[in-house]
Write a protein that binds this ligand. Sequence first.
Ligand code: ASP
Length: 299
Amino acid sequence: MATLVIHGGAGRIAAPRRDAYRAGLRAALDAGFAVLDDGGHAVDGVMAAVACMEDDAQAFNAGTGSALTSLGTVECDAALMDDTGRAGAVACVTRIKNPIQLARRVRDATPHVLLVGAGAEALSDTYVDNASLITEGARAAWERWKARDADPEGSATCGAVAVDDHGHLAAATSTGGVLGQLPGRVGDCPIPGAGTWADPRVAVSCTGRGESFLTTSAARMLAVDLEAGMGGEHAVAERLAAVRQADGEGGLIAVQRDGTILYGFDTTEMAWGWRRRSDAGELEEAWDVSDEASIRVVP
Ligand code: ASP
């Protein structure tokens, strides 16, 4: 059954901003699921959902509205992977409106998996000013971070995983990284197996403190545990526990080939959503910004 699961980041999403996140989640579900519902490929479905969230200037730390580095600039990472094992990723790109599209270009037009900075940008036909990616909200959060104000709003990376009508799986993740990160810092998002993963059984996208997802190979290890027969809830709990052990916190989403949906987080908030059509043609969906750490499996 065609299934799309998305996240708009795990972190701190203050109450007054949650409606903007909900609206953005719904728009991304509409964009991505329209592709799947039309018989499209999972890769195109996750691309459409993530590009929609990258373009959303009111919510999500990716593309326009990315979190700012310590220098007050935007540096984006993005990755795409499908169940054939093909992946494309970019890191530290500064002049690209939709980093996820550039990641796809790396995958489709080069023999490489990950390109960074100017080398990645050279693949693009169009460029934007770094300043055009900076929103008022991101600038205000950065000012508070600089002033060491208590608890500025954290990051809210976006991601999508999907299985299409033909049983193909794909995962895509895009982020501006973490607020105040050092220039040149790369998180888990563009590293296959850390923040993004897809194989013939499951597709995974992570969000949270990238360093901890990197050092615990979070996305790949979730796939390994599920393949070994671990129950979904247990497998997600194990990953979040490992991340916590590595001094981090965050969340993840996943979809299995049979359309089973998994998501969980242990931060104060996480934005998530899913939509799927059963083989009998019934549409089911849900999306929200949750503020109680939890793990869900929707069989
Ligand atoms: N995982 C992202 C990173 O570390 C940030 C996030 O998901 O909030 O770059």
